[in-house]
Design a protein around this ligand. Structure first.
Ligand code: SF4
Ligand code: SF4
Length: 439
């Protein structure tokens, strides 16, 4: 694509980066076919190619964002299916991240939208605040129907609907410390304790620590870890996202300096995509660029790490039929496709893949709160495809997808690691039936 930025504009490294991305796009439109919002809404402006044109126009003309561009960029899930499809290697992720930051800087949203976004950014990345908010949400649940009738209050209704009925107690494993591996030492890793996942399902990391240590891997929870920054990053709040990135880079650099790390284990693929991008996000900060690149290189989804370990034979082969839902951040963001399925199959599960596996379930960070109607349409489409597999359970590697799919599916939805842990001698995950191979 031809671009017309002035040399003064290109002196801004963010604009220069976006210009490089824009020039790669050849307008072929292949990406439209796999874009969930285009498939759902049928509007070119809600396709990757349409958004690329809108972003180009805004940046090239040095214009502040307007209502039209905000509408179509807000509808983008950042699922990155377009990057998987694109034959020209267009880095849509970095382009839309830049557009979101530009919107945040130049566009004044309506008051309630601003308040909702500020509240999400204030609460979700902080487990204590999130836990308190979930307790408050119980009081708000009777008013969901009322809030749904007022367009500006729909995000509040969506939040209340997603809030779980019961809240788990905080896990002591989220506190800084070292979990020694059993038997011959196979490795030393840090684990991201994260934010929302540690409140919604602390058992995911507990199970991960239990399985890794049983396999002989020492697991470190370094002091100072926090939210990866993805939630605010996707809202265009760049300074907050970079502050989270720096905090985590400091925490993991400390752990690398004190004993070394083979990997930084991440159990939520949405976080993994962002942490693997820290090297890019902090490339302009001389104090952090190298350290951030080192952290990004060490970041591994737990299934990516396990697939590279010499896994023993499972203790039991459950034979349960599992529909594997590949989170967008797993398949498109990190290109982790086969490892989770191969691990599940090796552990004795019968793995089935739902149709339209490339399409997002509609979770996408805070998307299911801020764009609840499109999100619900995508969720229902996803659940229908999952249920058509005839599986007894759904496995996936991202807490956002677990919450989203479980809000409509009749099947139990569990993190992949819980099924692997069960096969390797851990307890059976809640709600999972035991059955012998129907597949
Ligand atoms: S990130 Fe997803 S929703 Fe956004 S343009 Fe690409 S395919 Fe469409
Ligand atoms: S597939 Fe790639 S090159 Fe083609 S229109 Fe989409 S982003 Fe541009």
């Amino acid at each position: 694509m031809q671009t017309n930025f002035s040399s003064a504009q290109l002196a801004d490294p963010h604009v220069a980066e976006s210009e490089k991305i824009l020039r790669k796009c050849v307008h072929c439109g292949f990406c439209t076919a796999t874009c969930p919002t285009y498939v759902t809404l049928g509007n070119e402006l809600d396709s990757p190619r349409g958004r690329i044109y809108l972003i180009k126009d805004m940046l090239e003309n040095g214009r502040p964002a307007d209502k039209e561009i905000v509408t179509h960029i807000d509808r983008c899930l950042s699922c990155l299916a377009c990057m998987t499809t694109c034959p020209s290697g267009v880095n849509y992720m970095h382009l839309v991240d830049h557009a979101r930051a530009h919107i945040q800087e130049t566009y004044k949203r309506p008051l309630l939208d601003r308040l909702t976004r500020a509240m999400l950014a204030f609460v979700l990345p902080y487990p204590q605040r999130f836990r308190a908010a979930l307790k408050l949400a119980k009081l708000g649940k009777p008013f969901i129907g009322l809030f749904e009738k007022v367009p500006a209050l729909k995000p509040l209704a969506a939040m209340l609907k997603l809030a779980p009925a019961s809240i788990s107690v905080a896990s002591p494993n989220a506190l800084p410390g070292v979990h020694a591996g059993q038997g011959a030492k196979k490795g030393r890793v840090a684990i991201l304790t994260g934010c929302a996942q540690s409140v919604l399902d602390p058992a995911i990391n507990d199970t991960t620590i239990s399985l890794l240590t049983r396999l002989g891997v020492e697991v470190v929870v370094p002091p100072g870890e926090g939210c990866c920054g993805a939630l605010v990053h996707h809202m265009g709040r760049e300074e907050a996202a970079l502050a989270s990135a720096r905090q985590n880079v400091d925490a993991w650099t400390g752990a690398i300096d004190q004993g070394g790390l083979d990997a930084i284990i991440i159990t939520a693929s949405g976080c993994g995509t962002t942490i693997k991008d820290y090297g890019f996000m902090l490339r302009l900060d001389p104090a952090y660029a190298d350290k951030a690149a080192r952290v990004s290189a060490l970041a591994k989804d737990v299934t990516e790490y396990l697939a590279a370990l010499d896994m023993p034979e499972p203790v039991r082969k459950p034979g349960t039929v599992v529909a594997y839902h590949s989170a967008c951040s797993m398949q498109h963001g990190q290109k982790i496709i086969r490892q989770p399925k191969e691990l599940l199959a090796k552990a004795g599960f019968v793995v089935r893949e739902p149709r339209e596996g490339h399409l997002c379930c509609g979770s996408a960070g805070t998307y299911n709160i801020l764009q609840s109607e499109i999100s619900a349409r995508l969720r229902d489409r996803k659940v229908k495809n999952i249920e058509a597999t005839g599986a007894s359970i759904v496995a996936t590697g991202n807490i956002g997808c677990i919450t989203q799919i479980a809000s409509a599916a009749k099947l139990p939805v569990v993190h992949t690691i819980k099924l692997l842990d069960w096969a390797y001698g851990g307890p059976k995950p809640d709600g999972v039936p035991e059955e012998r191979g129907r597949g």
